[in-house]
Design a protein around this ligand. Structure first.
Ligand SMILES: [Zn+2]
Length: 253
């Protein structure tokens, strides 16, 4: 059976995702090193206790996620919920790898790229044109009514999005950024999109949509970010030959 050291897996992922090119709110790469060779990996959106427990059940050696630990501004001591998660990882010889912005932005396995594909959108550029590795994108599609597009989201994401209408009846240019990127709506309007699509919605997003004249769809943070980590796991399975299983820890938000 093929195995790889935690640091070698980190190096491979860092290179593949160009992780060093990103300024992020968390460390990307190996966050918990159990110093045990990795044969089996469990992937998931967030490194929750549920996901760790499932990894133990599957006798995995590593957990690979989009949302790991050690976010800027969070309390540092390894106590409480975070302490328990990390204790569980070490006690079960499980390493943790996490990739945040590099996994949003990657042109093949990135969250935006995978979601765009799923919704028949073709990415044509960056929401912020000066970004070398854009975290938000502009995409186009054949003109489609907003109602038909919402139906497509509902079927393919298996989730009803929250729609704030600005009375655009047909769309062909769409701003897209998965997760909690609702505040990029203003930039999407500036770039001439008729629709902006992200994961979450804030109270202020409604007013922005109405006043900027751009429709908004909140499709779920979790729902819009399942694709990237799944796709990265597939690439690791195919290229490195490791055993990789995606596990969903469902989240309505
Ligand atoms: Zn996210």
């Amino acid at each position: 059976m093929i195995e790889i050291s935690p640091s070698a897996l980190e190096q491979w992922c860092n290179d593949y995702l160009k992780a060093n090119e990103f300024k992020d709110y968390c460390p990307n790469g190996l966050q918990v090193d159990a110093a045990v060779p990795i044969k089996k990996i469990i992937t998931g959106v967030t490194a929750t206790q549920n996901l760790i427990d499932a990894a133990i059940e599957h006798q995995a050696d590593a957990v690979l996620v989009h949302h790991g630990y050690f976010w800027k501004g969070e309390s540092e001591p390894l106590t409480g919920m975070k302490g328990k998660r990390i204790r569980t990882l070490f006690q079960n010889n499980l390493s943790l790898l996490a990739y945040h912005l590099p996994l949003d932005a990657h042109p093949v396995v990135g969250n935006n790229a995978v979601l765009a594909n799923l919704l028949d959108l073709k990415i044509i550029g960056a929401l912020y044109p000066e970004e070398k590795y854009p975290v938000g994108n502009i995409a186009q599609c054949d003109p489609i009514s907003i109602d038909d597009f919402i139906d497509k989201v509902r079927v393919r994401l298996q989730r009803s999005p929250t729609h704030i209408s600005a009375n655009n009846r047909f769309i062909s240019k769409v701003g897209i950024c998965t997760g909690g990127a609702q505040d990029m709506i203003e930039q999407a309007a500036k770039m001439g999109c008729q629709l902006y699509l992200s994961g979450e919605i804030s109270e202020r997003t409604t007013h922005s949509a109405r006043e900027l004249g751009i429709d908004y769809l909140a499709c779920g943070h979790h729902a819009t970010e399942m694709g990237g980590i799944k796709a990265l796991g597939e690439v690791i399975k195919n290229i490195l030959g490791l055993e990789v299983t995606f596990i969903d820890d469902p989240n309505p938000a």
